[in-house]
Design a protein around this ligand. Structure first.
Ligand code: IMP
Ligand code: MG
Length: 178
């Protein structure tokens, strides 16, 4: 699997340390509140499993499948929900979690959709943020790492469904998708 990885951007240890910090910050902000963590599959599964275990408080987890990507490396701009949250979010403190923000289109579309369900609050968390790529000025409330504009894989992030199970986050060699 390493053959198409140009370099390791974030090691397993760096990710684990930062996820623990994020979990502690979220615990501080949300302890005592009725929290539903909404995670965007598939990429977020690895991150949200670690993040929620770093949160020392009762909470619920819901999954959504929303995709704006085909099998390429750029967004189609069209966000489709294929699997929705399974409980009423009214009056809940919702934390929307994704693996990475790129154009911001996914977070903007899903946030707007979730706000219509009248949560008590809605905040966003992303493990990685490609700030340079933003098309809509969207800002996540919590970000693990600001990363450069390169296509990355691992720790849930895929290229055409491959590489999700790498324990680190690496830059994919452009020759892999040329
Ligand atoms: P956005 O809607 O453009 O912000 O795209 C967010 C989604 O695009 C993420 O949930 C990922 O699935 C995918 N994505 C964006 N950049 C990358 C990347 O570098 N590697 C893998 N997936 C990415
Ligand atoms: Mg995704």
């Amino acid at each position: 699997m390493m053959e198409n990885i140009k370099k390791v951007l974030l090691t397993e240890e760096q990710i684990a340390a930062r996820v623990k910090e994020l979990g502690a910050e979220l615990t501080k902000e949300y302890k005592g509140k009725d929290v539903v963590v909404v995670a965007l599959l598939k990429g977020c599964a690895w991150f949200v499993a670690d993040l929620t275990r770093a949160m020392d408080m009762p909470l619920r987890v819901e999954f959504m499948v929303a995709s704006s990507y085909g099998d390429g490396t750029t967004t189609s701009g069209n966000v489709k929900v294929k699997l929705d949250v399974d409980q009423n979010l009214e009056g809940k403190h919702v934390i929307l979690v994704d693996d990475i923000i790129d154009s911001g289109v996914t977070f903007a579309a899903i946030s707007a959709m979730l706000k219509e369900r009248k949560p008590a609050s809605l905040k966003t968390v992303a493990l990685c943020d490609k700030v340079e790529r933003r098309v809509n000025g969207l800002d996540a409330d919590y970000v693990g790492f600001v990363i450069p504009d390169e296509f990355v894989v691992g720790y849930g992030l895929d290229y055409a469904q491959d590489y999700r199970n790498l324990p680190f986050i690496g830059v994919l060699d452009p020759k892999a998708y040329a």
